[in-house]
Design a protein around this ligand. Structure first.
Ligand SMILES: [Zn+2]
Length: 219
C-alpha cells in the first residue's frame, strides 16, 4: 500500500531556480508564470530523465548534478533545512515519549515527611537542601562564632565600610564616582495627548485602574 506523500512547496532552492531558468529564459513574467505552472505539473520535462527530481524540502523540480545521482534536495540550504526539520521532529517525539521528570528525579528529591522518623532517600539532596538554612561551620571555630553571636555580631553587608571610614561602596558605581549636576525637566501638560493615540491612553488608564492594587508591597 503505497501512500503518496503530500507535496509541500516552500521557498524554492538554488537548484530548483537553476532548473526552471532553462525553461523561462527570455520570457516575460506572465509568460514565465504559465511555463512554470506547466513545468510543475510535469508537462515540460523529459520524464524518462532520472536526474530530474523533486526536491524533498522545497518541493520544486531540479536536476541532480551529483555523480551517483543520489541527492534528495536541490541545494545545500534545502538539505540543511530538511535535516534540521527531521531532527526537530525526532527530538519532539523523544520528549513526548519520555518526559523529563523521570521516576529517578522524583526519587532524588523524595522526602518521607509523613513518617515518625522522616528521611530523604538521597543524602546528596538532603545536604544540598539543608545547606541553605543550616550552613556548616568549621568545628574549631564554633565557640568563637557562638561568642560573637552573643555579643551581637552580625556579618557586615557589602555596602558597609569595614575600615571605619564613611565611604560606602555601592555595587555598580565606581569607587571615586562623582555625580553630575542635577537637571530638572518637566513634562508639558499635553505631552501624552500629543504622543499617544486616544485609544492607547484609554487602554493605559484602564490598565492602571485594574492593576493598581496588584503590586506587592515591600516594607
Ligand atoms: Zn530545494
Amino acid at each position: 500500500m503505497g501512500e503518496k506523500k503530500q507535496l509541500i512547496y516552500r521557498q524554492p532552492g538554488e537548484g530548483a531556480i537553476d532548473f526552471a531558468k532553462d525553461f523561462t529564459d527570455g520570457l516575460t513574467q506572465p509568460q514565465a508564470l504559465f511555463v512554470i505552472t506547466d513545468l510543475l505539473a510535469g508537462k515540460l520535462h523529459d520524464i524518462s530523465d532520472k536526474r530530474i527530481k523533486r526536491c524533498d524540502w522545497c518541493g520544486y523540480l531540479y536536476r541532480d548534478k551529483t555523480k551517483p545521482n543520489s541527492a534528495k534536495t536541490c541545494c545545500r540550504p534545502c538539505k540543511y533545512a530538511k535535516d534540521n526539520h527531521a531532527k526537530a521532529i525526532k527530538k519532539a517525539d523523544k520528549a513526548l515519549a519520555k518526559p523529563k521528570s523521570s521516576a529517578k528525579d522524583s526519587m532524588y528529591t523524595y522526602y518521607a515527611g509523613h513518617l515518625e522518623y522522616p528521611y530523604y532517600i538521597s543524602e546528596h539532596y538532603m545536604l544540598k537542601r539543608a545547606h541553605s538554612y543550616e550552613t556548616p561551620f568549621a568545628p574549631d571555630k564554633l565557640a568563637l562564632i557562638d561568642a560573637a553571636k552573643q555579643r551581637g555580631y552580625k556579618r557586615k553587608g557589602n555596602a558597609t565600610p569595614t575600615d571605619g571610614s564613611d565611604k560606602v561602596h555601592v555595587r555598580g558605581i565606581r569607587h571615586k564616582h562623582s555625580y553630575g549636576e542635577v537637571e530638572v525637566s518637566q513634562l508639558e501638560s499635553d505631552y501624552f495627548e500629543r504622543t499617544y493615540s486616544e485609544r492607547h491612553l484609554k487602554m493605559e488608564r484602564w490598565r492602571a485602574q485594574q492593576f493598581k492594587c496588584s503590586k506587592k508591597m515591600h516594607i
